[in-house]
Design a protein around this ligand. Structure first.
Ligand SMILES: [Zn+2]
Length: 312
């Protein structure tokens, strides 16, 4: 049985247990982990659990609608419910003519709009990469220094341009109903882009560069907005994908890369390098992706943590 949003607020108040309304099922684990860092015990409700909202608005629009309905109640009960929505590059696309009321989303009390396109991007950072490398190899987290991290992150930069133009293409399509995008690129799909895809699509995107740059200029977008316009699932997946290929090179790193510090084992016994992988991870990138989503970086997630701390 679904819940009425007013009922959810009443329950939260009665039980003194804050509720957080999120977009999807797969967000429950992510936000539970973040709430732990905020020191809060909360219950997370995917918006599909809430009744009486207009499905045609999409999950994000449904959260906006739910929070709109609760605004008058927040005068009495301000601290028991929080809605969280992805930014979805909403600042760079038109408000749906079907739902003009969604235009006030930034002024709604107890609605947090993420700083990036979606929450997954909060997990793509060097600190998390260090944790992931420790998870995959026999090296300890404390042994992975700045030089090693830099080596592992090296290739990510080469993808920046590809993901920038890919995202601009998706955004242009989101702005113009009749726009035909390269390779049918849109924010709607859940594709994971591998090297073959990139090699096929990148030249086509580059051929459109002048148009896409003009579009970016009109929208006041530059490379610095990459995390705001690139879908989080694309961004994090690529981050992990690149790292796995770099890590692979490290299997005999201590021999092959004399500029990097040797692992603790190779100092003693060269037959058992600590940078060797526990298993072949190239075919298990999804597993690593999900592993990354369990590492909450407090400074990166500060806006979410602070909003949660206001609760209860
Ligand atoms: Zn070694």
């Amino acid at each position: 049985m679904k819940y009425d949003i007013h009922e959810v607020l009443d329950m939260a108040f009665r039980e003194k247990m804050p509720r957080i309304v999120v977009e999807g099922d797969d967000d429950r684990l992510i936000y539970t982990k973040i709430a732990e860092k905020a020191g809060k015990t909360v219950e997370i409700y995917p918006v599909e659990w809430i009744d009486g909202l207009a499905k045609e608005r999409g999950n994000c629009g449904m959260i906006i609608q739910a929070m709109q309905q609760l605004q008058p109640k927040f005068e009495e009960n301000p601290k028991w419910i929080l809605g969280i929505i992805d930014a979805d590059a909403r600042d760079f696309r038109p408000i749906s003519p079907k739902f003009p009321d969604e235009g006030n989303f930034r002024s709604l009390f107890n609605l947090l709009v993420l700083k990036y396109y979606s929450v997954e991007t909060y997990f793509a950072n060097a600190e998390n990469l260090k944790k992931l490398f420790a998870f995959m190899s026999y090296a300890l987290e404390v042994e992975i220094g700045a030089e090693m991290l830099q080596f592992l992150a090296e290739n990510h930069e080469n993808d920046t341009e590809f993901y920038y133009y890919l995202s601009l293409e998706a955004l242009k399509r989101a702005n113009e109903d009749t726009y035909i995008s390269v390779g049918n690129i849109s924010y709607g799909g859940d594709e994971r882009f591998d090297e073959t895809y990139k090699q096929r699509i990148f030249p086509k995107l580059q051929a459109k560069k002048v148009d896409l740059d003009t579009f970016a200029l009109q929208k006041n977008i530059s490379l610095t907005h990459l995390k705001q316009i690139c879908k989080g699932k694309w961004y994090l997946w690529n981050y992990v994908y690149r790292a796995v290929f770099q890590v692979d090179k490290l299997i005999k790193a201590c021999e092959k890369y004399p500029h990097l510090p040797k692992c603790a084992n190779c100092e003693v016994d060269k037959s058992k390098c600590n940078y060797r992988m526990k298993q072949p991870y190239k075919s298990a990138i999804s597993l690593l992706y999900n592993q990354m989503l369990t590492y909450v970086n407090e400074s990166e997630c500060e806006d979410i943590i602070n909003a949660m701390k206001q609760l209860g």
